[in-house]
Design a protein around this ligand. Structure first.
Ligand SMILES: Cc1cc2nc3c(=O)[nH]c(=O)nc-3n(C[C@H](O)[C@H](O)[C@H](O)COP(=O)(O)OP(=O)(O)OC[C@H]3O[C@@H](n4cnc5c(N)ncnc54)[C@H](O)[C@@H]3O)c2cc1C
Length: 364
C-alpha cells in the first residue's frame, strides 16, 4: 500500500531520528549500527516475527559461497571478503561468538576436483585452504580445512546486535510496516512514522511494497529448511559437503539446508525435503542414524534474478533498499551496513558495486 506525501492522519507520530530502518534482521541491525557510528540518528521498527536471519545457519563463508562459483563477479567476492573481515571487529564489540575452522569434504572425484580448484583460487586470494585427513567417523574421499570460513549462532547474534544498536543510542520500535510513501511509513496499528530517510531492510517481506516501489518486484522467495539433532559435537565445528553443512552448536548438531524456490513464501516444515537433507547428512556422518531430531524449522531467503542484493536508492524519494541478500545475508550484513551508511552520507562509492547492487537494475 502506498502513502501520499500529504496524508492528513490524526494518528501521525513524528519521530526525531533522521533515519528509520524497517526490519531488525542482520541487515537492518548492521546498517543501524554502521549509521549510528557515522553520527546519524537512527530508529529501527520491527514486527517481532522471525525473519530469515533467525532461521539461518549463520555461515560466514565467502570462499564456499562466492569464490567456489566461477560466475561470481570479482567486486562481489571482494565485498564478501571485506564483510567477513568486518565481522571480526563487530563480533568483538558485540560479544558474538564466531566458530571456525570449516572442514570441506569431497564425496566424489568431481567434488575433489572442485575443491582443488577452490584451493587454487583461495591461495591466489592469500587465503588458506589446506588438504587434511578425513576425520574418523566422517565418510568422504578428501577433506580441506579453511581457517577463515566461520559461522555464528544466529539467534544469539540477533540479540547481541540489538543490544549493541541500543547501547549506541539507536531506538527500537515494535510495529508492522504496512504502507509506504515519500519519507513516511504507515504501520498496521494506524501510526505513521516520518523520517528524512527510510531504509527497507525487512528481507523478503519488503515485496509487499512492490506496488509503490517497482524495484522490489525483483525479489523472489527461496525456502530453506534445517534441523537440529542430538549428537555429540564434531571435531571440526563446521563441516560442509555439497549443499550440506553440520554445525556443532549448543551441545548438538545443526544441519542445513534445503533450498527450494517458491511462488509464494511458506514457512511450513515439510517431511520429504527434511528427510532427504538428513539422509544426505547421514551418508557423511553414519552415526547420525540413531540421533534423535529435536527441532526443525524453515525460513525464506530473499532472492533476486542474479542472486545479488538490492542495495541503494529505491527510486522513491527518501527511500533506500537493503534486501535481496539470498543465501548470504549474515555474511554480507556488516559490509552492506557500511556501504549504505556511505551512500546515505553522500560519499563516493565503487561504481562497479553500485552497478551490481542497483535496485532498479531489473526495472526495464
Ligand atoms: C534456512 C536458511 C539458511 C540460511 N543460511 C545462511 C547462512 O548460513 N549464512 C548467511 O549469510 N545467510 C544465510 N541465510 C540467508 C539469510 O538468513 C538472509 O539473507 C538474511 O537473514 C536476510 O537478512 P535481512 O535482515 O534482510 O532479513 P530477515 O533476516 O528476514 O529479517 C527481517 C526482519 O524484518 C522484520 N519484518 C518483516 N516484515 C516486517 C514488517 N512488515 N514490518 C516490520 N518489520 C518486519 C522481521 O521481524 C525480521 O526481524 C539463510 C536463510 C535461510 C532461510
Amino acid at each position: 500500500m502506498s502513502l501520499p506525501h500529504d496524508t492528513a492522519d490524526p494518528m501521525t507520530l513524528l519521530r526525531d531520528p533522521s533515519i528509520l530502518i524497517v526490519g531488525a534482521g542482520p541487515v537492518g541491525l548492521c546498517a543501524g549500527i554502521a549509521l549510528l557510528k557515522d553520527g546519524h540518528r537512527v530508529a529501527i521498527v520491527d514486527s517481532g516475527a522471525h525473519g530469515a536471519g533467525w532461521a539461518s545457519g549463520g555461515m560466514l563463508a565467502p570462499l564456499y559461497e562466492m569464490a567456489a562459483d566461477p560466475t561470481c563477479p570479482d567486486p562481489y567476492l571482494e565485498f564478501a571478503l571485506k564483510s567477513a573481515e568486518l565481522w571480526h571487529v563487530l563480533a568483538r564489540t558485540c560479544a558474538v561468538d564466531l566458530q571456525s575452522p570449516s572442514l570441506f569434504l569431497a564425496r566424489t572425484q568431481e567434488e575433489v576436483a572442485a575443491l582443488l580448484s577452490l584451493q587454487r583460487r583461495a591461495n591466489r586470494l592469500g587465503l588458506d585452504l589446506t588438504s587434511v585427513c578425513v576425520p574418523a567417523g566422517l565418510t568422504a574421499q578428501a577433506a580441506f580445512q579453511a581457517p577463515t570460513e566461520r559461522s555464528l549462532a544466529p539467534r544469539a547474534a540477533l540479540k547481541s546486535l540489538m543490544n549493541q544498536f541500543q547501547s549506541l543510542g539507536g531506538e527500537l520500535l515494535v510495529g508492522q510496516a504496512y504502507a509506504i510513501g515519500p519519507h513516511r511509513l504507515g504501520l498496521l496499528d494506524g501510526r505513521t512514522l516520518e523520517a528524512e530517510t527510510i531504509v527497507l531492510a525487512h528481507g523478503f517481506s519488503a515485496t509487499s511494497f512492490g506496488q509503490s516501489i517497482p524495484a522490489l518486484r525483483a525479489l523472489s522467495p527461496v525456502k530453506g529448511q534445517m534441523a537440529r539433532v542430538a549428537h555429540p559435537e564434531l571435531a571440526s565445528p563446521i563441516v560442509r559437503a555439497g549443499r550440506i553443512y553440520m554445525l556443532s552448536r549448543g551441545g548438538g548438531l545443526v544441519i542445513g539446508a534445503t533450498s527450494d524456490p517458491l511462488a509464494a513464501p511458506v514457512l511450513s516444515v515439510d517431511v520429504d525435503p527434511v528427510l532427504a537433507l538428513l539422509a544426505e547428512a547421514k551418508a557423511l556422518l553414519p552415526s547420525l542414524a540413531t540421533a534423535p531430531t529435536v527441532e526443525a524449522w524453515a525460513g525464506v531467503r530473499p532472492d533476486t534474478p542474479d542472486h545479488l542484493p538490492l542495495v541503494g536508492a529505491s527510486g522513491v524519494d527518501g527511500i533506500y533498499l537493503a534486501t535481496g541478500t539470498y543465501r548470504n545475508g549474515w555474511l554480507l550484513a556488516p559490509a552492506i551496513g557500511a556501504y549504505l551508511s556511505e551512500l546515505i552520507s553522500g560519499k563516493t562509492l565503487d561504481q562497479a558495486l553500485m552497478n551490481l547492487f542497483a535496485p532498479e537494475r531489473f526495472s526495464s
